[in-house]
Design a protein around this ligand. Structure first.
Ligand SMILES: Cc1cc2nc3c(=O)[nH]c(=O)nc-3n(C[C@H](O)[C@H](O)[C@H](O)COP(=O)(O)OP(=O)(O)OC[C@H]3O[C@@H](n4cnc5c(N)ncnc54)[C@H](O)[C@@H]3O)c2cc1C
Length: 512
């Protein structure tokens, strides 16, 4: 079915559109496999200096999520560490932190913890995205067969007919104020992110792309802070976790480097009053300070904000199919990362699925000779490896939408109407409890969280299943209870916000 080919027969000149995280991962992986890679990016390169210069000074308009916090899951940390250990060292030198399996253990399990083989592979890499991108970018630039051309806008795709298919032969580009020119390539990789235009251009030429698109119905807000001098990060407090779900809002803290951290809150689209409020930094603070798990970070005695609060809307789970009815969109063209598959950022999976996708692509072009086989096999492997992750994210989005709507309708705690949904909720609750009390369950859940296995694979372990069922049989209500975190209910929060707005209006002389 497929033919193994010698390296010398493989396409050598590869253009990658976009120097975002996936573009850089793809470029590095291809270069390591011996290709000559040119990455074309319309934004300028990172400014000179360290993480703060990059965070505050880099004009990164091409990646709208640039200033929202990012974490790399274990699947990504491991892929990078296995292939580029010196890159990982550079992340740490720039202040990135390693969150280990032991760090993530619930307090109930810490005392009796005995490391097991594989635990060392479950770790997260965390720092501001500006830091990640800067380190990544400088590392890629130093590779002898990677060239990054910044400030170059891709404005078209060069194609030729091949039977009833389209073959991609390069791209058209333009630097600001200069004449457009063409760049030829054996392969074009579209890592142009969520708004990449290559899809549109190919469809205009008659190519087919089928798209699934589901609105997650949330807006994701972020505000960055820095701990005050002499203040340490708060110790963990199981009663007041720094990540939680109050039904009408989900929140979390992303610890960064050098005392920096970010707080994110996610709010359902229809929560108009909350949206109006969190766009003001001081109301964002008031809201966070009313949640004990966040107040431990953002109280006035502990931290100062370093940015305004800002939102990211239009959050969708999107899957673009580049093979429709057995026919690829185009030959020698591959879309990776957000240009192909997008999940709700709340699950922190986008960069990880991006690097997985990049590695699938390199495997496929290494193993197959014919452009058609490459296109079909890339699609098959994408379906096989990324589809379960996409589907699990979409299922969680749908559950979250039902829950948010129920809370808005005053049903607190939200109680699903169908028996199936109630059972699923009870099972999830039982699983949450079991994973806090049994290391075997926790390990499995963490493998799923880190995309080290297909979602839910660990439930095939009979012991894990039996332990979970034990909690389920002890009472379905336990499920809902386990989800409750300490914090104001929705009505109370609205009144906290109203008071904070009143205070703000007085302080600012009714200017708002
Ligand atoms: C609010 C938010 C928080 C997130 N948090 C996390 C997280 O914690 N962990 C995680 O793993 N993922 C997270 N994600 C998802 C993650 O940001 C994306 O999945 C990931 O950045 C996708 O990378 P990419 O390289 O495919 O696209 P992008 O990062 O969007 O990069 C695309 C690049 O292509 C360039 N480009 C586009 N068009 C052209 C053109 N015509 N010419 C030249 N260049 C072009 C752009 O300038 C850009 O640099 C988050 C997303 C959001 C929105």
């Amino acid at each position: 079915m497929c033919s193994e080919v010698a390296n010398s027969d493989l396409p050598r000149r590869v253009i990658v559109v976009g120097a975002g995280i996936t573009g850089l991962c793809t470029g590095l992986a291809l270069a390591r496999a011996g290709r000559e890679v040119t990455i074309v990016e319309r934004d300028p390169p990172p400014p000179d200096g360290g993480p703060d210069e990059a965070f505050f000074g880099w004009n990164r308009r091409g990646a709208a999520q640039f200033r929202h916090p990012h974490a790399f899951l274990a699947v990504m940390s491991n892929l990078l560490e296995d292939s580029f250990p010196d890159l990982i060292d550079e992340f740490f030198e720039a202040g990135a932190r390693k969150v280990t399996f032991e760090d993530m253990l619930p307090d109930e399990l810490k005392q009796s913890y005995v490391p097991a083989p594989g635990d060392e592979r479950m770790w997260l890499l965390m720092c501001r995205r500006a830091t990640m991108e800067t380190v990544f970018r400088r590392y890629a630039e130093r590779q002898h067969n990677v060239e990054i051309q910044s400030g170059v806008n891709v404005i078209g795709v060069r194609t030729a007919p091949e039977g009833d298919l389209i073959r991609v032969e390069g791209i058209d580009v333009q630097r600001r104020g200069e004449a457009p020119f063409g760049m030829a390539a054996d392969l074009v990789v579209d890592a142009g992110g969520r708004n990449s235009k290559l899809k549109r251009w190919l469809m205009d030429l008659g190519a087919s792309i089928a798209t699934e698109d589901d609105d997650a119905e949330i807006v994701y807000y972020t505000r960055h802070y820095r701990l005050l001098p002499g203040v340490d990060e708060p110790a963990r407090d199981p009663g007041n976790p720094s990540t939680g779900d109050l039904g009408y809002v989900r929140y979390g803290v992303f610890p960064g480097e050098g005392g920096h951290f970010a707080v994110i809150v996610c709010i359902h689209d229809a929560e108009q009053a909350l949206h109006q409020a969190v766009r003001h930094g001081e109301i964002f603070d008031a809201m966070c300070r009313s949640i004990p798990g966040l107040n431990r970070w953002v109280s006035e005695q502990r931290a100062v904000a370093t940015t305004e609060s800002f939102g990211f809307s239009d959050i969708h789970a999107v899957w673009h199919h580049y093979v429709v009815d057995g026919k690829p969109t185009a030959l020698n063209y591959f879309a990776v990362g957000d240009a192909a598959v997008r999940t709700n950022p709340l699950y922190g999976r986008g960069c990880s699925t991006g690097i997985m996708h990049a590695h699938i692509l390199v495997d496929v072009i290494e193993a197959f000779e014919s452009p058609l086989q490459r296109a079909l096999e890339f699609d098959r492997r994408t379906e096989q490896e990324l589809r379960p992750i996409f589907k699990a994210s979409l299922d969680d989005d749908r559950k979250a939408i039902i829950r948010a709507k129920a809370v808005m309708a005053g049903e607190q705690p939200a109680r699903p109407k169908s028996i199936r949904a109630r059972l699923t909720g009870a099972f999830s609750g039982a699983l949450r409890i079991a994973s806090r009390r049994h290391i075997r369950v926790f390990r499995g859940a963490l493998r799923t969280f880190n995309l080290l296995e297909k979602p839910g694979e660990f439930m095939k372990d009979r012991v894990v299943l039996l332990l979970t069922l034990r909690y389920l049989l002890r009472g379905a209500g336990a499920g809902a209870a386990s989800r409750t975190v300490n914090g104001p209910g929705r009505e109370e929060m609205l009144s906290i916000i109203e008071k904070a707005l009143d205070r703000s209006r007085v302080e600012h002389g009714n200017q708002q």
